[in-house]
Design a protein around this ligand. Structure first.
Ligand SMILES: Nc1ncnc2c1ncn2[C@@H]1O[C@H](COP(=O)(O)OP(=O)(O)OP(=O)(O)O)[C@@H](O)[C@H]1O
Length: 273
């Protein structure tokens, strides 16, 4: 089995300040058959090293070890899905039929956004959050620390630092069931988006497989998704237009034939002299 035969697999972080409902909401989704990874349980089950921070009354986990273990887990889940896709003869049209046929893993934790590049942040009004955390029996200090973090968007800001795409669900006036429904809708929409990009890339790959200019550009390190137009010239090389501003230097280093800037477009290719 090679990856190319299979649909893209999407990993989504479900994150938020403690008390915003990540655990409860993800359990609803899990009961419906969605693939969920609960990081707190995962850390225990895999003996990921952590140190106690008594002052902040919490455990601080070794993020490098966690990242590595989660990556391996993701690969396993992905392979299991691919096997199912293959064994059951599924097609792209089947993916939304049930949570089991949707190639999505949701990672649930206030650390999840450090592990994925797509995150959904659950938000709760600080007053409501304060009540919930008090009910949990947290110390006043711990309650205030979390309420303050929610008030000044600590998790959201972190998500913008670590993730390519960030979504928020405002849950203050929603029940857990309503939040779960909202999250499901978002997951399916995000997957549709992923699939469209994938189909677009597959189309491009087909078109580029016999395109000498595109092959040169890809060999020089330009991602397929960044290629806009290509022109080949029989003996004289190729012109490749890209909207990627950053790739020029790298490409020039690898293949000097391919780089020249034209006003209005990044033409990082040119005829051989
Ligand atoms: N939308 C909601 N409406 C009412 N109660 C909620 C809602 N979301 C969560 N709760 C309640 O708030 C408490 C905290 O929820 P939960 O444990 O799911 O939060 P969490 O974000 O997973 O916290 P942690 O990060 O500490 O695990 C629970 O008692 C839960 O029942």
């Amino acid at each position: 089995m090679t990856d190319i035969l299979f649909p893209p697999f999407l990993t989504i972080a479900l994150t938020g300040t403690p008390g915003t409902g990540k655990t409860e909401v993800s359990k609803k989704l899990e009961a419906d058959g969605y693939r969920i990874l609960h990081i707190t349980e995962f850390i225990k089950a895999h003996n990921i090293p952590s140190e106690r921070d008594d002052e902040r009354d919490c455990d601080v986990v070794d993020m490098d070890a966690l990242e590595e273990a989660v990556f391996e887990y993701q690969q396993t889940v992905r392979k299991e899905f691919n096997q199912k896709f293959f064994d059951e003869g599924l097609t792209l049209a089947d993916l939304h039929k049930s949570p089991e046929t949707l190639p999505v893993l949701v990672i649930e934790s206030h650390l999840a956004h450090y592990l994925c590049d797509l995150s959904v942040v659950l938000r709760t009004h600080p007053y409501t959050l304060k009540d919930r955390l008090n009910e949990r029996g947290y110390s006043d200090k711990k309650v205030m620390e979390n309420v303050l973090a929610e008030s000044i968007d600590v998790v959201l800001c972190d998500c913008f630092d670590y993730c390519r795409r960030v979504y928020e669900i405002e849950t203050t006036n929603l029940t857990i069931d309503e939040t779960a429904d909202c999250l499901k809708e978002l997951i399916h929409a995000l997957y549709d988006d992923e699939l469209k990009t994938y189909e677009h890339l597959m189309g491009k790959m087909d078109a580029f497989s016999s395109d000498v200019a595109a092959q040169q550009a890809i060999a020089a390190g330009l991602p397929i998704s960044d290629i806009l137009e290509t022109y080949s010239f029989e003996d004289d090389g190729a012109i490749v237009y890209s909207d990627n501003d950053d790739i020029g230097d790298y490409a020039e280093e690898k293949n000097p034939v391919l780089v020249k800037y034209l006003p209005g477009k990044n033409d990082w290719s040119e005829l051989t002299e």
